[in-house]
Write a protein that binds this ligand. Sequence first.
Ligand code: CP
Ligand code: NVA
Length: 304
Amino acid sequence: MSQLKQLLCLAELDQQQLAGLLDLALEIKQHPNNYSTALKGKSIALLFEKPSLRTRVSFDVGINKLGGHSVYLDQQNGAMGVRESVEDFGSNLACWTDAIVARVYSQQSLIKLAQSSKKPVINALSDLYHPCQALADLLTLKEQFGDLSKVHLAFVGDGNNVCHSLMLGAAIMGMTLTVVTPPGFGPDAHVLLKAQALGQESGAKLTLSQHVSSASGADAIYTDTWMSMGNKADPAQVERVFAPYQINTAVMQRLAVKNFMHCLPAHRGHEVTSEVLDSDYSLVLQQAENRMHAQNAVLVSLFA
Ligand code: CP
Ligand code: NVA
């Protein structure tokens, strides 16, 4: 596998690199002791402009398990463009740290950060993408089903950052992906074009729909919050538009889907019911655990 230089978006990876990262993540998950000094002497900044549970903790603990050191910058100390510019954050952090993991409002900030920093930048969620989440999700699907090119995933909900990264990941790996969104909440047009182009190379099947019935027979249904962080829309209006897209037991049974996925945090009773979220067929905690293994594969690849 060729060496990774950054991870701002999954489209930076070809199929061999993405498959290699998933294999490495499984290897690290199965044999953690073999990687306990992989980041020896390395310091990594974790910069968060938005709240986080999974991403923050899984990076911090993961870096520790690889023998590295992390420095956490919270929403106050990591607020780029307030006390100093994004570029000054990038150039300064590069003086002391070996990589920057950043959760930002805008993908543009990540691009500026990467341009101004001499050290690699990893996207820990932006308005457009959540590549680390999609890596963990693909790892979970691989564990569950094996060959990803034979997997049919259906995403039902908001065509947002999580959906975008799943589209790119599925397209690279030649999967079947059905994206079901309410009218007006479909994925970004540029991301769609990119995914379609990647899908042509891999043989992926990408379908967009506004009808939940299109998810029928999928191997797994995936949903995400209807109100992403920073969304200023009227919650009551969002609730009205998205209500028909809720994943509940009746929907799972009607569509004959046997696995449920969610990036979390979940909003119980909104995009998903507790009955589905807490069911035996819910993969959400496997996904959450796999965040760490997938990210550790990224970190190990950066410094290989
Ligand atoms: N899925 C995810 O990124 O969770 P956090 O927002 O808690 O990091
Ligand atoms: N789409 C959600 C994902 C949270 C992990 C958000 O951006 O808030």
